[in-house]
Design a protein around this ligand. Sequence first.
Ligand code: AMP
Length: 633
Amino acid sequence: MNYETLYRQSIEQPEAFWAEQARAIDWHKPFDRVLEYDQPPFRRWFAGGETNLCFNAVDRHLAERGEQLALAAISTETGERKHYTYRELHREVNAFAAVLVELGVGRGDRVVIYMPNMAEAVFAVLACARIGAIHSVVFGGFAAHNLALRIDDARAKLVICADAGMRAGKVIRYKPLLDAAIEQAQFPPEHVLVVSRGLDPELTLVEGRDLDYATLKARHLDAQVPVAWLESNEPSYLLYTSGTTGKPKGVQRDVGGHAVALALSMRTVFDVGPGQVMFSTSDVGWAVGHSYNIYGPLLVGATSLLYEGTPLNPDPGIWWQLCAEYGVRTMFSSPTAIRVLKKQDPAWLRKHALPDFRWLFLAGEPLDEPTARWISEGLGKPVIDNYWQTETGWPVLCLHPGLGLKPVKFGSPGLPNFGYKLRVINEVTGQDAAANEKGVLVAQPPLPPGCLTTVWNDDERFLRSYFGHFNELLYSSLDWAIRDDDGYTFILGRTDDVINVAGHRLGTREIEEAVATHSSVAEAAVIGVQDEVKGQVPVVFATLKSPLSEKSARHAAALALQQRVVDQLGAVARPARVYLVGALPKTRSGKLLRRSIQALAETRDAGDLSTLDDPNALEDIRTSLARGADAGS
Ligand code: AMP
């Protein structure tokens, strides 16, 4: 069937469409209704149905593909490669689940997972899913404060952590960061389960609280843990993401809808089926990691490659070497990663023959045409942009190579995915924008299966953050967009104060709050400034309580602010530059004019300044920019 027919059906006859798609997974109890929509925009897909993500990802493949490779966890940092067939994966997941049960974790309990891309992270996720515990993976690049916020919001019963990760040959100790987070947390977990790879010789366990996974696992090597059959709409996991406030939102996903959407996308979008190999370079801590390193490939009986390392070590051909060795069909990465590779000799792209390689998908941030062309021509393979959000869990805009590739238009992620009723709305009038006219990208509810069901513990915030922007009940993506005459949508950037650094989403408010915790700081504004490799980088403008005039003192103070952000939020949020300024531009009502600062930093027009409280503030920013940063360059 072609894309147009299927898409039309998904919009015009959603219940028939999704009932058909639901056949791709196993149900313990069939659903009573495909869609319950009594309380818009809340919706319940496959209401009354009972299923389990772990069963669908692992157990049901045992009969047909028990000896097939399910997971290859490759670390070019530790030099280890670990391979698991579906049968071995089943054994590992059962052992892990048995340990969780021993620790008193059960259905509905929250488990925070703080681990790098290692096989045990996948086991931990699937073990939670097996027993109906709600996992909340926290990206390893986040530091103590960020971790503490997530532990508290989820009221985690257990935290599972690695002793350490590695990046570019450097050991990054996870456990001390977790200890610091627990120190800060108002609701510390009962236990910490530590999976050690022996990377941290100084690893210490807190008596009574911390437990060594290997020791507990030894008691459960052959455990068989029954799966918990969950109603389709029970929460499967939480994944925190940045918004406009300093407090991240816990995106909540369901069970049945999530499984059905991912299974559909594997076939129609990513073109990966049973026995085929998918390599996503994402970290398990991001939405892509959840959907296309863990659940998606395993739900369809494919093989998933998990990679710990950089794209440059041991050499810039490593990813393509792995694609050749494992027969990768579909690869998924980010524009930033490709821009990193672009600084290397393009001969690396041709070093390994890739007869099985079909598609390179890139997502998470705008894909610029030079990068798309460079990689596509270099590899001699099609590059497929696709647009989505942590909230949606699977692509919103994409091309569907699995159904026959549509013409690629550089700069556009493509056409609406199944079930997404997308519109582009004028932000002032609330009317539909004409073709080629800029507006806000919105989706008319009910959102399709796979998208968030609510914000954890905060339905109000779910409504306010996503559905409170227009008179009509519409899900706002908070992205600017243009739709052309052929229906291709172009994404033009966020409408809110979220920035995108190397495909990682950061809230400027979170960084501002971290800077403001430093006792020297009066006030801070953080903006995202264009960067050649990372897309955007955070830049700090801060006023000090006692202004400093001496250059070296300013430098020291600015460095301290940079470090404060790294300590609180993690290296991922490190400000590229810090400027100490005399005043920050604000409106008369006290609103920070981040966009005007950003315009100046990118040498654009700062816009209408008639509402400015202190007209000298922008001049001050201009002077600081001309003088150069106090830290960073
Ligand atoms: P995240 O929730 O971290 O995946 O970030 C989602 C945001 O990243 C979106 O709201 C967009 O602003 C941006 N984004 C993701 N994919 C794309 C893409 N293919 N093109 C342009 N922007 C994208």
